[in-house]
Design a protein around this ligand. Sequence first.
Ligand SMILES: Cc1ncc(COP(=O)(O)O)c(C=O)c1O
Length: 481
Amino acid sequence: MTGSLLSRLILRRSSQQPNRFIFQRGISQSAAERTKDTLPAEPPVLPAFDHAPSPYSGPSGNDIIAKRREYLSPSIFHAYKSPLNVVEGKRQYLFDENGRRYLDAFGGIATVCCGHCHPDVVAAIVEQTKKLQHSTVLYLNHAVTDFAEALASKLPGNLKVAFFTNSGTEANELAMLIARLYTGCNDIISIRNSYHGNASGTMGATAQSIWKFNVVQTGVHHAVNPDPYRGIFGSDGEKYARDVQDIINFGTFGNVAAFMSESIQGVGGIVELAPGYLSAAYESVKKAGGLCIADEVQAGFARTGSHFWGFEAHGVQPDIVTMAKGIGNGIPLGAVVTTPEIAKALTHRNYFNTFGGNPVCTAAGLAVLKVIEKEKLQENAFVVGSHLKERLNALKDKYEIIGDVRGKGFMLGVELVTDRELKTPAKEETLHVMEQLKDLGVLVGKGGYYGNVFRITPPLCFSKEDADFLVDAMDYTLSRI
Ligand SMILES: Cc1ncc(COP(=O)(O)O)c(C=O)c1O
């Protein structure tokens, strides 16, 4: 974008093509109306932080890009026009090859929960690695049982049997398998706009074409998305849930294996499910003999602030909970937790995972749980996340381009639209603002089917000053669009 930065996309109906819209650049009413006093004159300054990164003498970003092109899969993509070479991390900050500090408001995609390289987590990993790095579950070791016991204490009801995996995809694949074996049914229902992974079963459960390949994906039905912003029934969760019953009635033989859902859709653009939806959907599924799977890969581990697990805010009790990302603060770890009775479904054949329950990963997992508790990170996610959301909402009142602010705790989304009424995705502007934010020193994620939603999922130690800096940086950038 150039001199026309002080313009924005507006929509007008073409007389030649009555059913199509074309975009035209024009002066934004709200931008023109904005008074000088409300526009931030100076770029905001990063909050102070007492850490000097080690001098870096490794390959430059350009060298790495060249090697990536030669030796890594061409399917791997990167953020930003000039990608960031991240060489060190501490708490909620990342450092690039030149020692420049960035506020990390994406947390490695909602994964770094305790903060980068948290000393307790690092110590647990190092200590365990020195003693025993790997053995497989064929032999006994206390790291895996210690963690399983601690994890069970964080879950409600009889959810106390864990099976460890290496990723969220693996956890969801396993959950789908267990549900099918336990119920003897094949049909699974997931929600449109969801993301559950990218292996064959989970790609079927994922319901966004941009994350699917043209391969056989059978046995999953996709229910209408209970999206309060873009959905057809607004915030009426029970109306959306009728589609789950309809799928059971008209798309299956009357019984299903499972219903699988995130409690806040992450990759889909931080979409909160309409209130009342999950409980009504669970009721239909349970009546049809199905199990309810809560995918807590992003919303779990205190991220939403009000609860430790995202599903708890919906007042539901799942039969299976899947988790990854925040569980290990970045170490490859995932888990499926279910009841002892349901877990038995997997005993009819051998099921084995070489690295699942690895002592180093589970030692890290235990350290993560302790840090979340010791540093009251859930409370912090609630308090600072609420403040951040409030300030983002104030920004929404100031800039028309912000169509929606949503989410809970440290799982927040800001959707940009070029027309509030038509909710036209402002994809180009989102990319532009994201670049500008990076130049100001703050990293946010991007998501949603149209790529027009900022995903704000920082480490849970993010402070009020960080939140203010992020919003000031967004304010500064938007004031110049
Ligand atoms: C909700 C959800 N489930 C599952 C997955 C898959 O996890 P992984 O990338 O660890 O396989 C993701 C990844 O983003 C996710 O957001």
